[in-house]
Write a protein that binds this ligand. Structure first.
Ligand SMILES: Nc1ncnc2c1ncn2[C@@H]1O[C@H](COP(=O)(O)OP(=O)(O)O)[C@@H](O)[C@H]1O
Ligand SMILES: [Mg+2]
Length: 458
């Protein structure tokens, strides 16, 4: 940098000016700490050097990065609006190769952070943010500063893993319109497929009442788990966010679910050594070695899935925290395809419900433990309270009342079936696959009623 203070300030303001006047397509370079716009010829040279892996490209980028970091480090907090506009609109689109967001610190960071919570914090300034809100705010801030989210998996559904400015994964955001089964999916081939399947009546109520509501079901799954004392589902809430804020400019926020990220996990399929559908070994030549899943964890998975009526619990949708060979904790993710207002009657649905219930898996061969049976009885006794809560979650997020009440009734019926299954019949877990359709569930409930009557007579 220049030697005198006043010179340094001049350089600073010059650089801020250049960045503020940035237009799409502008490419900068830095000469002696001064930012400059590339001329046409220089741009050609620059692009060519990138194509031919010349060191010129790296040199330009590294100088530029130093200068931008220096500007960011030296920006003092002035007018809030100016700061926000500069960071959220002018700097946010810059690539992470030349602009390291973790350089934003101290007062500037807290002013930017506060500007995202203004509406709420004016009312209750003193109130401390919950852990969830703190985490979400970190992710939201980073997103609007231009830290790109990661798209997990095949990218058909609109999910984004959001990071903070230090690149720590904070949580997964799923937009209300973006799920892969939605008839309004932003992804055209999926939209056509889903419209078609809906039109020919394939897929039960999935295309009508489950798709497009996945973000609510994520939250509902978490709330029900919490209600029954399960800690297997990370905190999940409805939030507003523009996941591509850096591209469109802050302000076009949509509803979606946000679930906190659990670090250091492995997918269940890896732990159990099966493929996604629990069928074959992932390493065909070797003998299948299934590591032991402790009973309380397996039973928590099963109880949660019956409550949700989860139709997407393949072996990539639950994660395991393990040390060496032993599982310490399970993490149930992706509760989007759940709480259908009808039981699983179409082939499309029966095939998907309780995927893990196969004789091949050791944990599914067993009966419920005495502890689990007590727990299931307690859930059964509380079923109408759970029903009210579930109803509220869906209605408060815009679901139609009659649909929400059907969802809640089907859940109550599944709970009654589970109570009968574990406490009256004492069946092995994999047999749950025989209690999926309306007819099967109602049969179990009738039998439960009979046995209750018998008990009260004697
Ligand atoms: N709460 C979480 N903690 C850790 N990893 C997660 C979490 N949620 C999602 N993931 C990771 O992101 C991937 C996609 O998430 P998922 O909820 O299954 O979304 P999709 O609807 O795209 O299948 C998962 O396979 C998992 O690796
Ligand atoms: Mg998934």
């Amino acid at each position: 940098m220049s030697s005198t203070v006043s010179n340094e300030r001049d350089v600073f303001y010059h650089n801020v000016d250049v960045l503020e006047q940035r237009k799409k397509g502008d490419i900068f370079y830095s000469k002696n700490g001064l930012l400059k716009k590339m001329s046409f010829v220089r741009k050609l040279l620059f692009v060519a050097s990138k194509v031919f892996y010349s060191s010129y490209f790296n040199q330009v980028q590294s100088n530029l990065k130093d200068t931008i970091n220096w500007v960011v480090n030296n920006s003092k907090v002035g007018d809030k609006k100016v700061v926000s506009n500069f960071f959220f609109n002018k700097l946010a689109p810059l690539s992470e190769n030349i602009y390291d967001r973790s350089q934003i610190q101290g007062k500037t960071l807290s002013v930017l952070r506060d500007s995202l919570t203004e509406e709420n914090s004016q009312k209750n300034n003193a109130k401390k943010l919950s852990e969830f809100n703190e985490e979400f705010l970190d992710a939201k801030l980073a997103t609007y500063l231009g830290v790109r989210p990661v798209k997990p998996g095949v990218g058909n559904s609109e999910s984004y893993i959001l990071k903070d400015i230090n690149h720590r994964k904070v949580g997964i955001f799923k937009t209300s319109t973006g799920d892969s089964l939605s008839r309004k999916s932003p992804f055209l081939p999926l939209r056509i497929r889903n419209q078609f399947l809906y039109f020919i009546g394939f897929g039960g109520s999935i295309f009508k009442h489950v798709a497009g509501k996945c973000h609510i079901s994520e939250v509902a799954s978490y709330k029900m788990a919490k209600k029954i004392g399960s800690e297997s589902i990370p905190i999940t809430k409805i939030v507003k966010l523009d996941p591509l804020g850096y591209r469109r400019g802050k302000g076009k926020e949509t509803d979606g679910s946000f679930q906190l990220f659990v670090p250091n996990t492995i997918e269940a399929k890896e732990f159990l050594n099966v493929n996604k559908n629990y069928v074959k070994s992932t390493k065909p030549k070797k003998r299948r070695i299934e590591k032991k899943l402790p009973k309380p964890l397996a039973e928590d998975l099963i109880i949660n899935d019956v409550i949700e009526g989860n139709m997407d619990r393949h072996a990539e949708n639950w994660l395991i925290k393990a040390n060496k060979r032993k599982a310490k904790k399970i993490v149930l993710i992706d509760g989007g395809i759940a709480f259908s207002p009808t039981h699983a009657n179409s082939i499309f649905e029966t095939h998907k419900l309780y995927r893990w219930a196969t004789f091949k898996l050791k944990f599914a061969q067993k009966r419920f433990s005495p502890e689990a049976k007590i727990r299931i009885k307690e859930i059964y006794d509380n079923r109408f309270e759970l029903k009210d809560d579930l109803n509220k979650v869906y209605i408060s997020n815009g679901d139609k009342e009659y649909v929400a009440s059907k969802r809640a009734n089907r859940m109550v019926e599944r709970i009654e079936m589970l109570h009968w299954f574990a406490n009256v019949k004492n069946l092995r877990k994999y047999k749950l696959r025989s209690f999926i359709t309306s007819r099967q569930v109602q049969k179990a409930r009738k039998d439960l009623e009979k046995s209750e009557q018998k008990k009260s007579r004697s």
